[in-house]
Design a binder for this molecule. Structure first.
Ligand SMILES: [Zn+2]
Ligand SMILES: [Zn+2]
Length: 448
């Protein structure tokens, strides 16, 4: 199929050749946003998962009440042997996507012997099911309960393994299903989180482009362009999204779904999360090490997106920077030593080659001038991001996400340690914006 002749929906369940030189395979076959979507589930399962007799519905205690029970009843009409598995809550309320929770879920699923999984939930439940279905080699569908993140159609799982937040490659669901009344009726914070996670994609694409330019990493204009095409769906109406207007929330949900598709099409986790996501992952890891709560992924990512834009703005203002060597080691004490510090150090050391290569590349003044111009075109201004978040009622600063100035400062100064991938945060360290301007940025942009 020639992709330029079809709309996005027609790409579902197809493989198509792209101008980037690759073939993209979209294994998500259906996207259903319909008031009677759950009643239609047996048909959707049959179409997307083929012949099977036993499904297992996976939910947590809240999503079970929201629509899990109805999902089970609808499936039982066709698949009599369908049963449910409820994931237990973590220490601070909702379940978490970590190795221990995953192993417990896997053991219960092995007992239930399903042929298809139906996840009912949003971030964590979807990720745990994606991970389990990949491990068990069976398809899964997701019945979404909130417009809170863009991972529904993505292939990756954001998991915490041995205390470190990592992205695992798995497979996307065969179908994403949602009922408008559930999505628009979800708590406001979840909708704000979805808005934060979606606006992040523009900045993560900028980081992706930088990796393309510095290291010759694969880049696809078509996949990156999907994100820009979706922007009017949510950027044109943040106030209506804040108020939970049905058609505005539908637009946001579509943007979340398709930006997940864009990540899947690329086929690697490369463009899935840039520097802006590192702030959220770092806050999650600190919360796990210090045993306290953290805010929703997308709300933290929104704040991280302001930070990414503020870093780019300062970096790109420098005409002839000195490109420093990578600091010798991580601050193990910040991670409380032990296994977490060791794993962080492993990620950090794995970045050294890329850092050195970037320095060599940028030593040529023309290379810096060109990269600077290209990144300036691709990055947003921090005030633009902050204004959108304010209009949508989202989190914009430390207090909004339950952080003290010191906690946020700690995260900003250590977020580059947790991933081997090169991002705007590393570039900021390389040219001295970090740590030198940390306090100014916190004060100016992150309400500290
Ligand atoms: Zn492509
Ligand atoms: Zn995200």
């Amino acid at each position: 199929m020639e992709r330029q002749h079809v709309g996005l929906s027609e790409l579902l369940g197809t493989e198509f050749r792209c101008d980037c030189g690759r073939s993209h395979d979209l294994t998500v076959r259906r996207f259903v946003y319909d008031a009677a979507a759950i009643d239609r589930l047996p048909d959707i399962v049959r179409q997307c998962a083929g012949h099977c007799v036993r499904a297992v519905v996976v939910a947590d205690s809240r999503t079970w009440e929201v629509c899990g029970r109805r999902v089970l009843a609808a499936l039982k009409r066709t698949y009599e042997d369908t049963r449910e598995v409820i994931i237990a809550d973590g220490e601070f309320g909702s379940p978490i996507c970590d190795d221990a929770t995953f192993q417990t879920l896997l053991a219960r699923l092995r007992e239930a012997k399903p042929e298809v999984l139906v996840a009912v939930g949003s971030g964590v439940v979807n990720d745990l099911c994606k991970w389990a279905s990949f491990e068990l080699g069976m398809p899964y569908l997701v019945v979404a309960t909130a417009a809170s993140m863009n991972g529904y159609a993505a292939a990756n799982v954001a998991a915490t393994i041995a205390g470190v937040k990592v992205l695992l490659e798995a497979r996307p669901p065969v179908a994403v299903i949602a009922e408008p009344q559930t999505i628009a009726g979800a708590p406001h914070e979840m909708i704000q989180a979805g808005f934060g996670d979606t606006i992040a994609k523009h900045q993560s694409n900028t980081d992706w482009w930088m990796n393309h330019r510095l290291f010759g990493e694969y880049y696809c204009d078509f996949c990156a362009g999907i994100v820009s095409e979706l922007e009017p769906l949510y950027l044109d109406r943040p106030e209506e999204i804040k108020e939970g207007d049905a058609s505005a929330v539908e637009g946001l949900f579509a943007a979340l779904f398709w930006s997940g598709v864009a990540m899947t099409l690329v086929g690697t986790s490369a463009p899935a999360s840039g520097g802006e996501h590192l702030l959220s992952h770092t806050l999650d890891m600190i919360a796990s090490v210090r045993r306290h709560r953290h805010d929703l992924h997308g709300r933290q990512v929104g704040v991280g997106t302001i930070l990414s834009a503020a870093l780019y703005e300062r970096i790109l203002a420098i005409e002839g920077p000195e490109f420093c060597a990578m600091p010798a080691q991580i601050d193990a004490g910040f991670w409380s030593g032990g296994a977490v510090a060791e794993a962080v150090a492993g990620q950090y050391e794995a970045k050294r080659g890329a850092w050195d290569a970037a320095r060599r590349h940028l030593a040529d003044r023309h290379a810096w001038d060109r990269l600077r111009a290209e990144l300036a075109e691709r990055s947003r201004r921090p005030q633009t991001i902050r204004r959108w978040l304010e209009r949508a009622g989202g989190a914009t600063g430390a207090a909004d996400i339950g952080c003290s100035k010191e906690q946020l400062r700690g995260a900003v100064l250590h977020m580059h340690e947790i991933r081997k991938r090169f991002t705007v945060v590393d570039l900021a360290w390389m040219v001295g914006v970090l740590p030198d301007a940390t306090d100014e940025i916190l004060e100016q942009w992150l309400s500290c």
